[in-house]
Design a protein around this ligand. Structure first.
Ligand code: AMP
Ligand code: GLY
Length: 426
């Protein structure tokens, strides 16, 4: 079967790498892909943007694509799964209506409240004045101010006090720093604790929970500095015990899937719960409706089950037939290497050296994210450039191997966090 993957990041490289290993895959296309998918065995890049649904449909028809996998949130929120389905192409991911769970924080919080899923207390607002009145009238406690819509992970402002919260409201609702994403906002109680990412695959009836992972959102070691798309991840995380995972299924995932069905938005695809595990117990911070990036990289490195079987069963609504997933028992650690200046401004086009040397190390896979090919060389082409991922007999062994590979790779201004997975070892 011919399979199309939509997207250009590290997550899509990991998906392409894993899907191409399936005996069920004939041709594997990535649109538009990156320099890593361009050289991946059994994978072909297609020069079509991840949002150009018209050309993606035309390409799929011409090339007998029988299954499409959409990686990023923007095309999901814009209704790409619906459009592919209408064109007769089976596609993995939620419908536009179901993708609201990520695309609107107001929708997500209201659904969580109705489904009685534990989440931070919150209020929603449609203008700056009422939000500021609310902040001024209540006790000065730490809150988080969130733009309703998609803002590439930047529309969430964690505040220590009222002054910061008022400034955050002004940025989101008055200055419209995140555009229309700020037409509504959520103000919620600030939670303390450790974050975990629990991803599950569901066809709307059956839920298959994946091994729990942990991301590292802040740019610098010790969780300092500005938020990023994610500077590294590892899985499994000891933060989420088996018993806790059972509770997450029962109290979080199952009621959410039921609530989506009741609100006539049946959910199919990857349901990613961002959780806070802390003194107040376990609470949902947010939902994403896709694989996390970089969580996808260590997850797929450990998954032994044929991912094409899993994806196809989800699309066809027969996930209950799938055997329990088989995992490599070894943990995996993914270290993101980034461009100088990220998550602020950065320059593209720096030639990357040492990729071959790193790839020769045992149990290492270098997933590309922001890379391109120029004059026959692989160059940087984004803020997050590579996701260097390794398996090891323990988390510390996987970490050591990932950083050994990182040391082989260099370009002008390359940097990474040095403490990925340390939270597991504390
Ligand atoms: P979100 O996109 O809603 O997950 O928010 C992005 C990041 O902001 C999360 O990964 C957390 O680090 C932080 N965050 C969001 N909501 C809260 C909260 N209620 N309390 C503390 N931190 C939060
Ligand atoms: N790793 C966080 C995300 O994919 O949103």
């Amino acid at each position: 079967m011919n399979i199309l993957i939509v997207g250009a990041g590290g997550r899509e490289h990991a998906l392409a790498w894993k899907i191409a290993q399936s005996p069920r895959a004939d041709r594997v296309f990535v649109a538009p892909g990156n320099a890593g998918t361009a050289i991946e065995s059994g994978v072909e890049n297609v020069d079509i943007s991840a949002t150009d649904v018209g050309r993606l449909i035309e390409f799929s028809k011409q090339n007998s694509v029988q299954l499409a996998v959409v990686g990023p949130e923007a095309p999901l929120a814009a209704g790409m799964i619906d459009a592919l389905g209408e064109a007769g192409i089976r596609a993995f991911g939620p419908s536009k209506a179901a993708a609201e769970l990520e695309a609107s924080k107001v929708f997500c919080k209201n659904l969580l409240r109705h489904a009685d899923v534990p989440t931070a207390d919150y209020r929603t607002f449609t203008d700056a004045t009422s939000a500021i009145t609310y902040l001024t009238d209540r006790e000065d406690v730490p809150v988080v101010v969130k733009a309703d819509g998609l803002a590439a992970g930047k529309g969430v402002i964690v505040c220590d006090n009222r002054d910061q919260a008022v400034a955050a409201v002004q940025r989101i609702a008055s200055d419209r720093e995140f555009g229309d994403a700020g037409s509504q906002l959520v103000i919620e109680e600030r939670l303390e604790g450790q974050e975990a990412s629990v991803l599950a695959i569901t066809d709307g009836q059956t839920i298959v929970t994946l091994s729990p992972a942990q991301d590292h959102k802040p740019a610098h070691d010790g969780d300092q500095g500005p938020n990023t798309g994610g500077m590294g991840a590892y899985c499994p995380t000891p933060l989420v015990t088996d018993q806790m995972l059972g509770q997450i299924e029962e109290k979080v995932l199952v009621p959410t899937i039921h609530a989506m069905k009741r609100s006539r938005r049946p959910f199919r695809g990857v349901l990613y719960a961002g959780l806070m595990v802390g003194t107040q117990g376990l609470k949902v911070l947010e939902y994403n409706v896709r694989f996390g990036d970089p969580e996808c990289q260590p997850l797929l490195m450990r998954l032994k089950t044929d991912v094409v079987d899993l994806i196809e069963a989800t699309v066809d609504g027969r996930l209950e037939e799938i055997e329990p997933l088989v995992w490599d028992p070894r943990p995996a650690v993914c270290v993101v290497m980034a461009s100088e200046g990220y998550p602020g401004k950065y320059e593209n086009g720096q030639p990357i050296r040492g990729l071959d040397e790193a790839s020769k190390l045992p149990d290492v896979k270098v997933f590309h994210a922001g890379t391109a090919t120029a004059d026959g060389q692989i160059v940087t082409s984004g803020g997050r450039v590579l996701g260097v991922t390794a398996l090891g007999n323990s988390i510390s062994a996987a970490k050591l191997q990932a950083y050994t590979a990182v040391k082989c790779i260099r370009w002008k201004g390359a940097w990474c966090r040095k403490d990925i997975s340390d939270k597991a070892l504390q």
